[in-house]
Design a protein around this ligand. Structure first.
Ligand code: ATP
Length: 235
């Protein structure tokens, strides 16, 4: 579904990605793990067109995304939930959710998807009239995921959804990620520092260090890999 070929991305003169190769098949949950500053967020932003790569190519369903505006990339079926959630604090929960469907015209489908996100996150249905900024961190993460689902993506990009959340909420978010994948067949690319949880829900994983991919394997094998255990799993 998605193929990154030798991608290099820069911030001015700083090279954040140094020739990344990565593939995602339809229906998979793929995770990208690595330390702070390894280049995980930059990989997502290269795909979504927010920070376009300087070299290499990105193919989505066989078509190059290079040179496309982020809006157009969303229109192709790729939605990103950015790190830090970035919901609209002064809009209500319902208005925030509706923002995700701005590019859609199928009213019946939008209605169905709204019911679907309320069934995934009943707390958001309860709080639909409340300003987004008054929600807890975990609820804001749920809201950001809901907004992305409302675009009906084929590929959902999640940037550190567990960041700063209490363990119980983290557990709930990872369960929902699995559920979105298994119920809708939505392909998911999950960037995480919580390597343990991420590898548990993913099918395959990539490990990134200093702008390069250093390991790629089945998630179950990465969980057992001594290097991964020592560096990222704290065992
Ligand atoms: P984190 O988990 O901290 O978000 P990350 O693995 O997602 O880390 P990136 O945010 O992709 O890493 O950063 C990769 C490299 O690019 C780092 O060296 C970082 O300092 C640099 N970088 C990121 N954003 C910018 C920017 N806007 N301007 C300059 N350098 C940047």
């Amino acid at each position: 579904m998605l193929e990154l070929r030798n991608i290099s991305t820069y911030y001015g003169n700083i090279q954040a990605l140094k020739g990344i190769d990565l593939t995602i098949d339809r229906g998979e949950i793929i995770t990208l793990i690595g330390a702070n500053g390894a280049g995980k967020s930059t990989t997502l932003m290269s795909i979504s067109g927010v920070v376009p790569p300087r070299d290499g190519d990105i193919l989505f369903e066989g078509e190059s995304l290079l040179g496309m505006d982020p809006d157009r990339i969303v229109g192709k079926g790729i939605s990103q939930v950015p790190e830090g959630r970035r919901i609209f604090p002064h809009l209500t929960v319902r208005e925030n959710i509706d923002m995700g469907a701005l590019l859609r015209r199928d009213r019946e489908g939008i209605k169905r998807d709204l019911e679907y996100v309320y069934s995934l996150f009943p707390i958001l249905a309860e709080r639909r009239g409340q300003a987004g900024g008054t929600l807890s961190g975990g609820e804001q993460q749920m809201l950001a995921i809901s907004r992305a689902i409302m675009a009906r993506p084929k590929l959902l990009l999640l940037d550190e959804p567990s960041l700063g959340l209490a363990p119980l909420i983290v557990q709930q978010i990872f369960e929902i990620i699995s559920q979105i994948n298994s119920e809708n067949g939505t392909t998911i690319f999950l960037v995480e520092q919580n390597a343990n949880q991420a590898l548990k829900v993913a099918h395959r994983g990539y490990v990134m260090e200093n702008g390069r991919i250093t390991l790629a394997d089945a998630a179950s094998r990465l969980l057992e890999n001594p290097e991964v255990k020592a560096a990222y799993l704290g065992v």
